[in-house]
Ligand binder design. Structure first.
Ligand code: DC
Length: 227
């Protein structure tokens, strides 16, 4: 039987960095579900389509799958590896917009559940513990204040040599949280049986250590999450 860890939380909480590191340590497969929504967002961004009804009608045109290269998840959109195009702020905003739509969510949830059936996974997103894998063996809700999240994103962009405005980044993060938390289908929220980890005052290593120790002490035998 495969084991699953769900990590949910708002934009910029560090979910993917943390999940990727834990996956390596535990020898699990890391599934980044946000990247899948970003790929569908990219498809419509390229077409210049923003009309929700049209996106719902045409989302099946965007065939998304994932592959692993040297342990790194690669997102394939209609036979094209789009990993290099989905990390922009624009793609993030568009991902959040298409993620509101039921047809888009159903298409991707199927793929996500399939992946968790066959492998030990650590999967991150917004609705993994509440909707995609309600019976996940361990659920973490990873968050941090919007100020801290904006500051981390700002440092990342500065390091890449990109021009950016800290206040604008915080505003965008708050707007994205609002959209993800208030949508009708599978909104972002902490599952009743998820463990809250607030990383506002923690380093990346401290968060990784905390989650691994939760896993070693209680999570491993499935004693979390009402099991
Ligand atoms: O985690 P991320 O920033 O790559 O996610 C991009 C957007 O995709 C996010 O704003 C909301 C959406 N998303 C979602 O609705 N459900 C998921 N499981 C993962 C992401």
């Amino acid at each position: 039987m495969s084991y699953s860890i769900a990590i949910d939380g708002p934009a910029g909480a560090g979910k993917s960095t943390i999940a990727k590191t834990i996956a390596k340590k535990l020898n699990f497969i890391y599934v980044d579900t946000g990247a899948m929504y970003r790929a569908i967002g990219l498809y419509f961004l390229r077409l210049g389509i923003t009309d929700e009804a049209v996106i719902e009608e045409r989302c099946k045109e965007a065939s998304v799958s994932i592959q692993y290269e040297d342990g790194e998840q690669q997102v394939i959109l209609n036979n094209e590896n789009v990993n290099g195009y989905i990390r922009t702020e624009e793609a993030g905003k568009m991902a959040s917009a298409v993620a509101k739509l039921k047809a888009v969510r159903s298409q991707l949830v199927e793929l996500q559940r399939e992946l968790a059936k066959t492998s030990n996974v650590i999967m991150d997103g917004r609705d993994i513990g509440t909707f995609v894998l309600p019976n996940a063996d361990m659920k973490i809700y990873l968050t941090a204040s919007s100020k801290v999240r904006a500051d981390r994103r700002y440092q990342e962009l500065i390091l890449k040599g990109e021009k950016c405005d800290l206040l604008q980044i915080e505003e965008d993060i708050i707007a994205r949280d609002k959209q993800d938390m208030n949508r009708e289908f599978a909104p972002l929220r902490q599952a009743d049986d998820a463990i809250l980890v607030d990383s506002s005052e923690m380093s990346k290593d401290e968060v990784v250590e905390k989650i691994i120790s939760l896993y070693n002490n209680v999570g491993k035998d499935g004693s979390f999450c009402g099991n």
